[in-house]
Design a protein around this ligand. Sequence first.
Ligand code: NAI
Length: 284
Amino acid sequence: MEIKRIGVIGAGQMGSGIAQVAAAAGYAVVLMDMAPEQLEKGMAIIRKNLGRQVEKGRMAEEEKETILGRIQTTHELEVAATEADLVIEAVVENMEVKTGIFRQLDSLCPSHAILASNTSSLPITEIAAATKRPEKVIGMHFMNPVPVMKLVEVIRGLATADAVFQTVKELAIRMGKEPVEVNDFPGFVSNRVLMPMINEAIYAVYEGVATPEAVDQVMKLGMNHPMGPLTLADFIGLDTCLYIMETLYEGFGDSKYRPCPLLRKYVKAGWLGRKSGRGFYVYE
Ligand code: NAI
């Protein structure tokens, strides 16, 4: 299966990063978001990231312009879908929203097109069941920030075809990433291991064991983590962290995955971390 044109749905933190690496790997990209200001913000981030590469002498100015020229933006799903060989969805971590988009993509995309989700934790099999092409639905879970992080967790749904898996694996390699194959269980591997640690760190703050700064310092200095779990949670987005914990809690039915009440409270307050200016820390 040859991929030439990629639609990216959602121009937030992840979608803009995915559009950047796809364009840098030579693909024609159509980046779609329903919010025009998100499209503008996403493109501004891509421009800034590439500009930094030019400043560091790692990329020529013309190359930057060529990459930017490969990205078209739109607020219409149809424009991103009609000629796509592959669509990567990166909208909010919510099953209803995602299945709604996959249903539409299924009817708008060419029959050969692969539909991938960047979901952090939602079952690929369930997303696939919303379409009439479950064999062409797959998880392509990039890490944040996409241009920097090497890993792509490639998640096989129950019905994902081997040829589709191979195509996506090769695509990830062409984007300069290292694909790792995992099966479809809540949270896959990355967030099944990471998110309970973040949730526990939030419990430590909630129960007054330590301040956010102290929790982060313990994990950085003591466990050699490059970033403390609460700094990381702010970076990921506290809404996304909560959605993932809820998916684990619901998917396994085990109380060990119960989201910390403090996490719920922050999300209800609109303290979503870095992207909203406040989470466990305050940002400019
Ligand atoms: P974000 O909040 O930065 O961006 C989401 C974007 O989706 C927004 O621009 C929003 O306007 C757009 N959107 C929402 N509903 C839409 C719709 N119906 N049609 C078109 N656009 C729509 O979120 P972020 O962080 O980029 O996350 C996106 C996905 O990637 C989620 O599934 C998340 O779980 C996953 N993910 C997030 C990571 C992170 O560290 N933040 C890491 C890996 C995966």
